[in-house]
Design a protein around this ligand. Structure first.
Ligand code: HEC
Ligand code: HEC
Length: 467
């Protein structure tokens, strides 16, 4: 049954264009119904998706002792198999909670930010991480119930574990939020944190199954006196050190991130709170475009400029894309990887645009180096894809992987398939209008939030070096 869906993978371009037209029509209808109740209203509604005041946002509560513990864990390389990489390596305070690279360099690499290198000798990385490292702003808001660009970790009350995750029923109980569930996974990934099979006990466990990794890491934490004290303070249910688990660590990591990177004091927030002087005339023109003729808020809606849904917008595929098992073609089909639905192929989650001036490069593969480039891509995605300048990627050089970084783009059948899935309509905007749009996007930056609340810890309980 399932394979029948793949039969017409390479339908002709003309058919694709028709599909796009119909799709965008359907999309317009759907968004009209959701935002305004009636389709007729949507046609006149200039400001579809315009947010309410930030005060209406509901956040998960956090407590100081857990946040503090989470900060240390976030920067402690003890959670990686070879003790050489921390969460912060890819989500660093100095890089607005991301890493400044198109695609991250996982364990084995050296340094942080755009200067990070791929390592050398036996530590030379085997592959690049297949997707761009996202910024982590406002993930403590309860509306973020689906994480990752393909949504493979989400809140799911219908599941026995409370979540839909790659671990399925092996997910341990006691995780308090979807952020906590997410925190269990980077440590199990060979390329991100665990290391290659044969290199260490954690990597070997990961090879058997993710559920074997967590007890090993908890044991490492229990072996450090300072962590025992901090865990007991943060979680009164822990009576003896033997009761410390990776679930406690995940809950603390989640609370740290949720508290650390809250960002709702940008000029745009002040504008939403009623300060009409918070934006300049040019920024207001950009705002009108964003919520009007440029159609951005069709998907980038709400306080955080995301509807939390998935769309195919012809993002160039670079690196070695996240290819699903048994797919004979190297490609990242996004949401389809999770749902198995043909309609979801190449769809990725609408990202929040908070602090977007600080989170380059852009897109799920980090293909676009500048904000202007990714905005222009939206206006005519197919043409942008066809004229894509490969020189803009930020990928630390690697003796072997460099030759493979554009293999998906060089596959013409695959490129056609990606283009056929496009759901964005072409928009004709003048250069001046694009400048205004960029001016508006700049008002989403909350300078003070960039360095977080606690910032980078000076040292961590394991004594390992903090980058
Ligand atoms: C090697 C780089 C790397 C490391 C180390 C890393 N991450 Fe990430 N992180 C990523 C990438 C890449 C993604 C996006 C993957 C995707 O969407 O498929 C991501 C996604 C996330 C997200 C989801 C954000 C969203 O909006 O969907 C959270 C939260 C997160 N990471 C937290 C963590 C935590 C906590 C740790 C440590 C336990 C960690 N990361 C370690 C690279 C990394
Ligand atoms: C049909 C839905 C849709 C519309 C309309 C849309 N976007 Fe997007 N946008 C997305 C999706 C989905 C992504 C991520 C795609 C990916 O990574 O493959 C994205 C990515 C972006 C990014 C990159 C953010 C990052 O952190 O990587 C920016 C900036 C952006 N959009 C701005 C805009 C602007 C400005 C407009 C209006 C001109 C617009 N978008 C219209 C869905 C949309």
């Amino acid at each position: 049954m399932m394979f029948g869906n793949w039969a017409n993978d390479n339908m002709g371009t003309s058919c694709g264009v028709l599909r796009i037209l119909i799709l965008s029509l359907v999309l317009n209808l759907i968004s009209g119904v959701i935002f305004n109740g009636t389709v007729a209203k949507a046609q006149s509604a200039q400001l579809a998706g315009f947010p309410k005041a930030p005060e209406t946002v509901e956040y998960h509560p956090t407590t100081g002792s857990r946040v503090k513990l989470g900060q240390l864990l976030f920067y402690d390389k003890i959670l990686s198999g070879n003790r050489n990489i921390a969460c912060a390596t890819c989500h660093h305070h100095n890089q607005a909670s991301a890493d400044g690279l198109s695609l991250p360099v996982g364990e084995g690499g050296v340094g942080v930010g755009p200067k990070r290198t791929v390592g050398a000798g036996i530590h030379l990385i085997e592959q690049r991480v297949p997707r761009n490292s996202p910024a982590l702003f406002n993930l403590g808001a309860k509306e973020f119930t689906t994480l990752f660009t393909d949504g493979r970790v989400s809140l799911d009350p219908t599941d026995g574990t409370g979540f839909n995750t790659p671990a399925e029923e092996d997910l341990p109980p006691g995780l308090e939020t979807v952020m906590a569930a997410q925190a269990l996974f980077p440590v199990t990934s060979a390329v991100e944190m665990a290391g290659e099979f044969g290199e260490n006990d954690v990597a070997n466990a990961a090879n058997r199954g993710v559920e074997y990794v967590w007890p090993l890491l908890a044991k490492r934490l229990r072996g450090i006196a300072e962590y025992i004290t901090l865990f007991r303070k943060a979680f009164p249910d822990i009576k003896t050190p033997s009761e410390i688990t990776m679930v406690h660590a995940a809950n603390a990591l989640a609370e740290f991130q949720m508290s650390e990177w809250r960002s709702d004091q940008s000029p745009f927030d002040h504008f939403l709170r009623g300060d009409k002087e918070a934006l300049t005339a040019g920024e207001k023109r950009g705002l009108d475009l964003f919520y009007g003729d440029a159609g951005c808020s069709q998907c980038h809606s709400g306080v955080f400029q995301t509807d939390h849904k998935f769309y195919a917008i012809v993002m160039p595929q670079i690196g070695f894309p996240l290819t699903r098992r048994f797919d004979p073609v190297v490609r990242d089909r996004g949401r389809l990887n999770e749902t198995d639905q043909r309609a979801d192929q190449y769809r990725f989650r609408t990202p929040s645009l908070r602090n977007v001036t600080e989170t380059a490069p852009y897109g799920h593969s980090g293909a676009f180096r500048t904000l202007e480039a990714v905005v222009r891509h939206h206006l005519d995605p197919v043409k942008s894809y066809e004229n894509y300048d490969r020189g803009q990627v930020i990928l630390p050089p690697h003796p072997r992987l460099d030759q493979l970084d554009f293999m998906a783009m060089d596959n013409h059948r695959e490129a056609k398939s990606l283009i056929n899935a496009n759901e964005l309509t072409v928009r004709l905007l003048s250069d001046a209008q694009i400048d205004d749009l960029l001016r508006f996007l700049k008002t989403l930056t909350d300078k003070k939030s960039l360095m977080g609340k606690l910032g980078i810890p000076r040292s961590v309980p394991s004594g390992l070096k903090v980058d």
